[in-house]
Design a binder for this molecule. Structure first.
Ligand SMILES: NC(=O)C1=CN([C@@H]2O[C@H](COP(=O)(O)OP(=O)(O)OC[C@H]3O[C@@H](n4cnc5c(N)ncnc54)[C@H](OP(=O)(O)O)[C@@H]3O)[C@@H](O)[C@H]2O)C=CC1
Ligand SMILES: O=C(O)C1=N[C@H](C(=O)O)C[C@H](O)C1
Length: 271
């Protein structure tokens, strides 16, 4: 099979640059396009140089329609507005769309879902193997423990992260709610402040910390009578998310249209 031809959206971003480096290292994948915001000062620059590599001849563009003519997939770690604009074009072109962008609203998710009868989308709040395993473990532990165990999710990220709770924290919360057999929307508490009253039994709490250069830390605490179980994951370098996204793209290449998750890619679905 010939190399999978990939576009990196948000090529000047932290993840965009990591994705360009991951593609350069990987046999079976080649970078054919790099995108930045319309009007960005990065337009026309070499995507390899932008990622700290030798020049690769791929010039940063703002025109996905043009760039995707000769592509098989797009790796999209940007912002919700950009991802939603990319969804329709990727679907129209019939290329794989790997979505790592977090902070998507319910209506954004509905737009993504609406194209998956003709688009191949892999979407996940975390492309990490460890996180996706943690999600499966949290679901099982939440199922095993009753409401005497309070579930609290704490996430820590670098100072530049713009959304909270993190996509990963929401995946962990969703898994805990599924384990408990409840709806997360009706059972979550975010950011306590002031006279909050005692903790409601059965609620799942979220707390978000931001500072420095922390890549990504998540903890899920099950606090029960006289004992606590804490499950945690620490990401040491964002290149791991780039490797995961690339794995997802290669896995999805040639798959039927649909909405896939990272647990599908990793063979963890149903765990
Ligand atoms: N699922 C996962 O495993 C992971 C997900 N993420 C998520 O990926 C996203 C990006 O993270 P990160 O790289 O740290 O963020 P950055 O802010 O470093 O990068 C975001 C990129 O998006 C680009 N962008 C913004 N607006 C537009 C637009 N309208 N059109 C095109 N491009 C646009 C920016 O370009 P410009 O500078 O030109 O505006 C920038 O290059 C976040 O949502 C983050 O949570 C991050 C790591 C792992
Ligand atoms: O913004 C980040 O950096 C990250 N975002 C994702 C999230 O919101 O969970 C994945 C990882 O935590 C890094």
């Amino acid at each position: 099979m010939s190399d999978m031809r990939l576009i990196v959206a948000g090529a000047g971003g932290r993840m965009g640059r990591a994705l360009t480096r991951a593609i350069a290292e990987r046999q079976g994948a080649v970078l054919v396009g790099a995108l930045a915001t319309p009007g960005s000062e990065l337009l026309g620059q070499d995507a390899g140089v932008l990622a700290g590599l030798p020049a690769n001849g791929v010039k940063v563009s703002a025109d996905l329609w043009a760039v995707s003519k000769e592509a098989d997939g797009i790796l999209d770690f940007t912002v919700p507005a950009a991802t939603i604009a990319n969804v329709a074009i990727a679907a129209e072109r019939g290329i794989v769309h790997v979505i790592g962008t977090t902070g998507l609203s319910d209506s954004d998710d509905a737009v993504i879902k609406s194209v998956t009868n003709r688009a191949i989308v892999v979407k996940s709040g975390s492309m990490s193997l460890g996180v996706n395993l943690l999600v499966a473990v949290v679901r099982r532990v939440a199922k095993a423990l009753d409401e005497n165990f309070d579930i609290e999710i704490v996430e820590t990220h670098h100072r530049r992260k713009v959304d909270a709770p993190s996509g990963t924290a929401l995946m962990l919360g969703q898994a805990a709610a599924e384990g408990r057999g409840v709806s997360l929307i009706d059972h979550s508490v975010r950011g306590r402040d002031g006279i909050t009253g005692p903790r409601k039994s059965g609620h799942i709490g979220f707390a978000s910390l931001r500072g420095g250069t922390v890549t990504s830390d998540h903890q899920v605490m099950f606090a029960g009578p006289f004992e606590r179980l804490t499950l945690s994951h620490q990401a040491e370098d964002r290149i791991l998310f780039a490797y995961g996204a690339l794995k997802a793209a290669l896995w999805a290449h040639g798959k039927k249209p649909g909405l896939y998750s990272m647990s599908d890619v990793l063979g963890l679905a149903g765990m």
